[in-house]
Design a protein around this ligand. Structure first.
Ligand code: PLP
Length: 391
């Protein structure tokens, strides 16, 4: 029997019924007149969600990883130097992708649980008077550790140094759930996927491209074919587009914009605060080392010594048919993750918190049943959700 329970992994996220139906449309000839309006609607909606005033939104039939590759290969040349911090599994994998493409990555190693090291970036950028660094990579929300980084501060560091490097941001687990301002923050390439804040199945890599990045595309020499922005811009759809997902993306943007982006962000923050109240009540702590770094889309919870987080996640799936996120890389086994992004309400969050409590108690973690639930209830009662809008 397949479980009807919501998932609490940090993507793919729960799919609202109206979005699921928007993806499930009869076959359409993407070369017919019916396709361009829904393609435009999706791209315009994404630009609004990204808060992007100029440039292009490009959609590939791929996952977020394809978006990383597209951002890098369309704007850089072999041997180019890029600056990045390694502080979790996703920043690690993006660096690996750059290295495999022959880029010279200056890696700043940071403890997992920290964010992008803005002060160190500022020093490195100021010292790079010859402008050898062609791009700075920031993982806005490190999904492995539940850490948010300050993209605006990295932009400020670039500006203070008068540095022309491109600013590339992985917003895979932040965009459409947490505040993101492409134009205001001077982001040149914003990468996400369909299966997180946009609440769709996996299958679209979504890339916001600034005018400066479009100019870099003209001289970039890394090889690309499937992910070539130029074909996308010239032909619209150089190969068969994921029509159903694109229709779903339009519906998703409509839903997010109808709720209001500020309300979407406030909802994620409120739900996350409830989860964090539960974590404190359990006597545990988030992996993120300080409150300013707490992610509003995922909380990685550090378990007591001797408790295997991956076994805990397996047990929750087997015993209660509820999915939580396992620890990855350096924190594998040491943490488990509660994803709280996308279509989620207080009531759904409470069910996840209750299940985590049961699973932890079963695995010998000394938590008092009901303690986390009560702390979250208390938070949600005193910080009530916005009224539900009429559809
Ligand atoms: N970046 C971040 C921050 C992620 O959380 C993920 C996936 O979870 C990725 C990149 C990779 O995206 P995908 O699995 O869609 O290729």
């Amino acid at each position: 029997m397949s479980s009807q329970n919501p998932v609490f992994i940090p993507g793919p996220t729960n799919i609202p019924e109206s979005i699921r139906r928007a993806c499930d449309i009869p076959t359409m000839d993407h070369r017919s007149a019916a396709f361009p309006p829904l393609f435009e609607r999706a791209k315009t909606g994404v630009a609004e969600v990204l808060k992007m005033d100029a440039g292009e939104v490009i959609l590939f039939p791929a996952s977020g990883t394809g978006g990383w590759e597209a951002a890098v290969t369309n704007t850089l040349s072999p041997g180019d130097k890029v600056l990045a911090a390694r502080h979790g599994m996703f920043s690690l994998k993006w660096i690996d992708l750059c290295q495999r493409h022959g880029l010279d990555v200056e890696v700043v190693e940071c403890p997992w649980g920290e964010g992008a090291p803005v002060d160190r970036f500022a020093e490195i950028l100021a010292a790079d008077t010859g402008h050898q660094i062609k791009a700075v990579l920031v993982t806005h929300n490190e999904t492995a550790t539940g850490v948010v980084s300050d993209v605006a501060a990295v932009r400020a560091a670039l500006d203070a140094a008068g540095h022309p490097a491109l600013l590339m941001v992985d917003g895979v687990s932040s965009i459409a759930s947490m505040d993101f301002r492409m134009t205001e923050w001077g982001v040149d390439l914003a990468v996400t996927g369909s299966q997180k804040g946009f609440m769709l199945p996996v299958g679209l890599a979504i890339v916001g491209v600034s005018p400066k990045a479009l100019a870099a595309m003209e001289t970039a020499k890394l090889s690309r074919c499937f992910f070539d922005f130029r074909d996308m811009l010239k032909l619209g759809t150089p190969y068969t587009p994921a029509v159903g997902l694109i229709n779903g993306l339009g519906a998703s943007c409509d839903m997010l914009l109808a709720e209001g982006l500020d309300n979407v962000f406030a909802r994620h923050h409120r739900i996350a605060e409830g989860v964090r109240a539960a974590v404190a009540a359990w006597g545990l702590r988030p992996c993120a080392v300080s409150p300013a770094l707490y992610s509003d889309t995922v909380t990685a919870i550090v378990l007591p010594e001797g408790v295997d987080g991956n076994a805990l996640v397996r047990h929750a799936a087997d015993a209660y048919h509820v999915a939580f996120g396992a620890g990855l890389g350096e924190v594998a086994g040491k943490v488990f993750r509660i994803g709280h992004l996308g279509m989620l309400t207080d009531v759904m969050a409470l069910s996840g918190i209750a299940t985590a409590e049961m699973a932890m108690a079963d695995m010998g973690v000394p938590v008092t049943l009901g303690s986390g639930v009560a702390a979250a209830q208390d938070y949600y009662r005193t910080n009530k959700a916005a009224p539900v809008q009429a559809a």
